[in-house]
Design a protein around this ligand. Sequence first.
Ligand code: NAD
Length: 486
Amino acid sequence: MTEDISGQVAAARAVFNSGATRSLAWRTERLRAVRRMLTERGQEFADALRQDLGKHPSEAWLTEIGFVTAEISHTLRNLTRWLAPERSAVPLALQPASAQIIREPLGVVLVIAPWNYPVQLLLAPAVGALAAGNTVVVKPSEVAPVTSAAMQRWIPQYLDSAVFVVEGGAAETTALLTERFDHIFYTGNGVVGRLVMLAAAEHLTPVTLELGGKSPVYVDDSVDLPATAMRLAWGKYLNAGQTCVAPDYVLGSAAVLVELARLLPLAISALYGANPRRSTEYGRIVNDRHFQRLVGLLDTADVITGGERDADSRYLAPTVVCAGAASPLMQEEIFGPVLPLVETSDADEAIRFINERDKPLSLYVFTERAEIKVRFTEQTSSGALCFGIPAAHLLVPGLPFGGIGASGMGGYHGRFSVDTFSHRKAVLDKPLKPDTMRLVYPPFNALKNLAIRKVVAPNAAVCGPAGAKFRRADPRKPRPERSASR
Ligand code: NAD
């Protein structure tokens, strides 16, 4: 096993070292190959998602196959512009010279994916890494085995010499992590995230961690509550609640929660019919372990609607419960179709409640009050903040996606992926003649001292010959913000 893994990484390194991946043509051909694979093998991936997670083909298209296809099209449209060198102004003291920022590929990128969106979360980071000119080793999740096998089958056929697949679980991932990569992109839970970061430290490899946690919702009485209930039910029960950005719990006043408790069952019926178990649109819990965990949590709560389950098919009904802050449901990310309603007196209490906990991956606020929107924007911190809709920020290609604090570090999608998987190299080009640097070469004299203080480093508090601090002649005069050359 270990030799296989080392072999895959060595092959990825050899392709990168050949220099082939740097050209725009190599990158765009690989992106088109991913798109071709998703088009020609889309049905097989959709079937795999149905088997692993009971995903409806339309949902599979919206959140997985079509999602990645759209990401590729957006990247192909903009890549030349994103990769263009950025000119940077050169201060007067350094002129004549030119300065620019060049995005260069990092090398070999490792992508470790989870099971809940096993196509999207494996391929979307890989697309970013390829666009930035890297080779990629991908590790699909063993918890979605049919999708993992489909990746192992098709990726080598479409992306030979660009993307290398290593299948397996904790043992294979641990072995992979002993290898040297140039970036590790991990999506999954925070416990393994910490192991990934520890392993990365050994080689000083930078990491992006796309983690989870509880994404709260706040609803006030200024909004259209039936429409809010529909949006919440859609975002929560998508993929049977197994979505990192799913609304985890709802905060609101007693009056708002009473209304939501009445409206959410109607919204659930509108989406999945009177018996969601019969709906082909409603997914299943991924495995017995997660099913038992969810049932254990659910049995501690007061059920408002739902709660029906079937262990054999791992069906857990779309469920709404009443919960207090001390409830077991409020101690960990739920990651399943159970939505607790938690009473808070007002927006201030809701903000306090959110701020006392880990920084969320997403925070959702339903209000028509502009001042409440400002308060949530300014007084809370989260990977993303959405008003009026959960989860849909992922569909905006110009927004970065990522967490903060316990919900992750770094971000991606679109140009943010290219930045994540590139090094921004500083390039300065100064002709040797005329040699304007003579002004800073020792030995120093009065003229050079004056030039250094007035022109070369005018803002720096440098030490004079006698060790005295030089002070600005007129401290009331504001310092110039821009370099003298601009
Ligand atoms: P998972 O069990 O599939 O694990 C993720 C990856 O880690 C897999 O490839 C797995 O093989 C590997 N792994 C598991 N145990 C390991 C170990 N001991 N050592 C090394 N590697 C190991 O998925 P998961 O962690 O259950 O995923 C669910 C979590 O991921 C949730 O917390 C969810 O919120 C989060 N998530 C975050 C995002 C995001 O984009 N931020 C997206 C999806 C899921």
